[in-house]
Design a binder for this molecule. Sequence first.
Ligand SMILES: [Mn+2]
Length: 307
Amino acid sequence: MAGYDVIGDIHGHADALQRLLGAMGYERRDGVYRHPTRTVVFAGDFIDRGPQQREVLSVARPMVEMGSAQAVMGNHEFNAIAWATADGKGSHLRPRTPKNNHQHSVFLEQVGAGSSAHAEAVAWFMTLPLWLDLNGLRVVHACWHQASRKALAGCVDAQARLTEQGLHEVHDRGSAAYQAAEVLLKGPEARLPEGHTFHDKDGHLRYDVRLRWWDPSAITFRSAALGMEGREADLPMSPVPTAFHYADETPVLFGHYWMSGEPRILSPRASCLDFSVARDGVLAAYRWSGEAELQSENLMWVQPEAP
Ligand SMILES: [Mn+2]
């Protein structure tokens, strides 16, 4: 049985990444971190914020190219590709609006917008699969969802990598492929029952909630909604759509959700590894060795700053 060390969202924290690799027994030889018996799987979101985004790519990319790691695409790699790709109608797949430019500015400054390093980074992001179905373990950035994977069948190759045409298709708002990519890379949402809304932490009126899809006990809007931060009572106790609930035997690991507190397993078959290294948290990994049920004792983590 292959051993996989799955690493959550890194967001430009290269020092933490290298300390985590070192703590797991990876050694850098000829510029590439390797382990005698184990393989890293990156859960996506290498970039977007954090002080060392280029350095993160210069650690992760050679590992993937030399076979000591695999990786899936995060929503921020997806957005970076779209920002850099012409839509054929005079704009870009991610339009260069002031808001989108601002969101992307830290990456663009560090990599140099339009530089060869920028082009190389985007080309590498395009090689990342949207999911990995390994032997006994699954990895995806935000949500494993069979119907969404099926809806993307015409947009990806046999390794689940977006094709050039698929990339354009997943940016066609309203298409099934667009929705499916949103679910896998950004996570599922559900529309509140008629007449219900809530205000998010920025005071914006919301009609949809993000779902705790990994928790089989999250069956009402109130228990399933993420990020309510104390405003759960605003939500109804009515049943939530359960189409996104993960009920498969094969364990799945993912990132994306900015969890806080000490890393822990959220559910024996589905658990998040993003413990917010870019927001006063830690960089976490799960060391998998074939078990069907995920165990908290297999988690490892490091602080963003060296002690
Ligand atoms: Mn993410």
